[in-house]
Design a protein around this ligand. Structure first.
Ligand code: NAD
Ligand code: ZN
Length: 351
């Protein structure tokens, strides 16, 4: 088993091992002595695959387990589902010594985490991420949120989990597309600041993913610890995301998040080389890497459309936008740019 310790405002451990789901009850009991009530929050797909095993493990450890199941997908990540979770917690009479367990991908984790942050002004929650993206990204760092009709992740809280359990066996049932989406985030860490990870990714990590997943989590942990509330170094995690979000939006969310981030990263690398900010070897290296992990590299939209979306993003501060640009292999930097120059910068990455 690999363990990554996170020292955020609430310290916690991330454990990574094949077969961990069956031991989840014992792992949780070591932190929170039973008897206690646990509400498992999960979507319908993950419920059918893994919730019975989790319930059995929790009950064996002495917990009382109930379940809240919602329809899978981003379209459930809204105030209506959150309200149903709150009501379920109240109906099952959970108290502040009880627990929420988020069993699922990033949608489940974000929503269950926000329910935990707010129900009774905060009860403990445990993440059991079931997608690669959730393991390496959304389950670590304490960002929780729901979407509004005008935009994603607009209402939420910083609220740290008490424990994260990554069972790598659960990745086996992911569709190739959803697995590839997670690979985009894995690859991202390499180009942000981890040349060693780039080396590890030269051969596929699918058969033995623990080391790569642990390394990504440690990379995110280091950035989050330096800047828990996202005012500085943590923004490096947005590599490929400013352009990526614009690509997702321009496609009416037909292009998945990971695919959009892949295209966005390469666009930034190409633009950075054109602007003299980056060594010329990065774009070809990145393009080969993305292709090896079955990710797209061509941007179907023009710079004007992308810039229009990027400039309406909530992360924008005043008249400047903080872009993340690769500098050399395994190193990126924050690059503040005037709003008026964003379109031209994107254009440089497109041709
Ligand atoms: N909080 C953060 O820091 C953070 C960071 C990145 C992304 N996010 C959020 O994460 C969400 C995206 O996460 P996601 O891609 O995991 O989405 P998701 O939770 O919707 O999961 C994707 C799909 O995979 C299915 N699935 C999950 N695990 C499975 C398994 N083991 N086998 C088979 N199918 C499985 C789900 O049912 C779902 O249909 C977005 O809402 C995004 O905003 C949050
Ligand atoms: Zn992302």
């Amino acid at each position: 088993m690999k363990t990554v310790s996170v020292r955020a405002s609430r310290p916690y451990e991330v454990k990574i091992e094949a077969g961990l789901l069956a031991r989840a009850g014992a792992e949780i009991a070591a932190l929170y002595a039973p008897p206690r009530s646990v509400l498992i929050v999960t979507d319908d797909t993950v419920n059918a695959l893994y919730a019975d095993a989790l319930t059995a493990s929790l009950e064996k450890a002495g917990f009382g387990a109930s379940r809240f199941v919602f329809a899978h997908g981003e379209c459930s990540k809204h105030i209506g589902t959150l309200g149903e979770i709150w009501n379920t917690l109240a109906e099952h009479k959970l108290t502040r010594s009880d627990l929420i367990v988020a069993l699922g991908g990033g949608v489940t984790g974000d929503m269950a985490g926000f329910a935990a942050a707010t129900f009774l002004r905060g009860i403990a929650y445990i993440q059991i991420p079931t997608t690669l993206l959730a393991m390496v990204d959304s389950s670590v760092g304490g960002k929780t949120a729901i979407d509004l009709s005008v935009g994603k992740n607009l209402v939420g809280a910083f609220y740290q989990p008490s424990l994260v359990l990554c069972d790598t066996d659960l990745l086996a049932t992911l569709s190739p597309e959803i697995y590839a989406d997670g690979c985009a985030e894995v690859i991202k860490y390499g180009y942000i600041n981890d040349p060693t990870l780039l080396g590890m990714l030269e051969t596929s990590f699918a058969d033995a993913p623990e080391a790569v997943i642990a390394r990504c989590i440690a990379d995110k942990r280091d950035l989050v610890e330096a800047d828990e509330h996202d005012n500085g170094a943590r923004q490096l995690l947005n590599l490929g995301h400013t352009a990526g979000h614009a690509i997702e939006a321009c496609s009416n969310f037909e292009i998945s998040h990971g695919s959009a981030v892949a295209i966005g990263m390469l666009l930034m690398a190409r633009a950075a080389v054109k602007k003299g900010l980056c060594t010329p070897d990065v774009p070809a290296h990145m393009e080969a890497m993305l292709r090896a992990y079955h990710l797209p590299t061509d941007c179907p939209f023009g710079a004007a459309d992308l810039a229009a979306v990027a400039l309406s993003d909530k992360k924008r501060k005043g008249a400047t936008l903080s872009l993340v640009v690769p500098q050399k292999l395994g190193q990126s930097v924050l690059y503040p740019i005037a709003a008026a120059e964003v379109e031209e910068f994107f254009a440089a990455g497109l041709n």
